[in-house]
Design a protein around this ligand. Sequence first.
Ligand code: G3I
Length: 360
Amino acid sequence: MRLPRLALAGVVAATMAVTGVMASGGGATGAQPSTLKDLGSQVGLRIGTAVNTDVLSTDAAYRSITATQFSTVTPENVMKWDAVEPTQGTYNWTAADQLVAFAKANGQKVRGHTLVWESQLPAWLTSGTFTNDQLKALLHKHITDEVTHFKGNIWQWDVVNEAFNDDGTLRDTPWLRAIGPDYIADAFRWAHEADPKALLFYNDYNIEGMGPKSDAVYALLSKLKAQGVPIDGVGLQGHLDTQYGLPSDITGNLLRFASLHLYSAFTEADVRTFVPVTGAELLAEGAGYNAMLQSCLQVARCISFTVWGWSDKWSWVPRVFTGEGSADLYDENYQPKEAYAAVQQTLQLAGGAPYRYGQS
Ligand code: G3I
C-alpha cells in the first residue's frame, strides 16, 4: 500500500483555491479537461449531483450544467415513496423516468434515492391503519416494485436511509416499530432479489468522520456482511456546516468500511454557512468540500462524490436552517464559487497522483 501524494496535493489545492475560480460551468474549452466529470474520470471517480426534476424540465442552463459537469445524477425527491405511489397501488414514475432518460442521453449513471426512510412517505401510508404484518408486506412490495421498475438503470441504490440517531442508537421509525431491527437486512435482501446487479448502499448523515454514529453504522454493516446480507456500500451524505469544523479522520473512517469489502460514496455533499456570506466563509466551504473529496480520492473503494444540488438557487438549506445558505458549488446565478474552484483544483492535482489506498 503506497502513501498517496494526494495528502500533500490537498494542501496545495486548498492554497490554490484562494487564487480564484478557474472555469465557468459550461464545459471544457482547452486541451486539458476542466469539467468536474472529466477530471473525476481521470482518477476513476464519478462526480454526481442531486437533481431537481421540476427545474430540469424548465431551465436550459440548469440542464446544460447538470449534463456537462457531472457523471452521475440522483433524484432529489422523485424516487421517494410519496412521489412514486401517491395513491395506494397507483404508481407515477413519470418524473423519475424522465431523469433516467436524461442520464442515459448524457452518459450518466443514476443513484437511486431512497427506498426505506421514515420521511416523505405517502399520506395514505402515514394516516392509514395497518397491522405490523401489513406494514412489512407493504414495505416488501414497495421495494420490489420500485427496484423492478428501474432494474438495469440504477448504479447504486440508497436502500436504507438515516436509520440511526446521532448517539448511535437505532432511530424510532415506523419500520423499526413494525418489523424490528431486522427491517434493514430484509430491505437489502428484497432489493437484491429485484435487481441483483445494482449496488446496494446504506446512507446516512453525520457519519463522515469517526464518532458514535459512524461507529454504530460500522458495527451494523460488519454484522450484515458477516450474515451474508447483500450490501455493497455505505453512503456518507456529507452535509457540513462551517460553524462546526471538519469531521475527524474521514480517511480512516473510509478505510475501515473498505476493510469490510464495502464501497463508499459521498452522496449528498454540501457545506452551508451563515448568510450573507464573507470571503473567509466561502473559502471555508471549499475546505469542507475538499476534506471529503481528498479522503475519497485517497481510498480506491470510494467510488463516487455527489453534491446535493449544485446551485444555491435550489438548495434545501435555507428552508431548514434559519439564516444559513450558500451551501453549493455555484451561486444563485449559476456562477461557480470558491468551492467549485477548490473541488476542481483538487481533482486536477489528483490526476497527477492516480493511485489510491487499496491499489498497488
Ligand atoms: O411535493 C410537495 C408539493 O406538492 C407542495 O406543493 C410543496 C409545498 O411546500 O411541497 C412539496 O414537497 C416538498 C418536497 O421537498 C418536494 O419538493 C417538501 O415540502 C419539502 O420538505 C421536501 O424537501 C426535501 C427533503 O429532503 C424532505 O425531507 C428536499 O427537497 C430534499 O433536498 C431533502 O433531501 C434529503 C435527502 O433525501 C436525505 N438526506 C437529507 C436531505 C436534506 O434534507
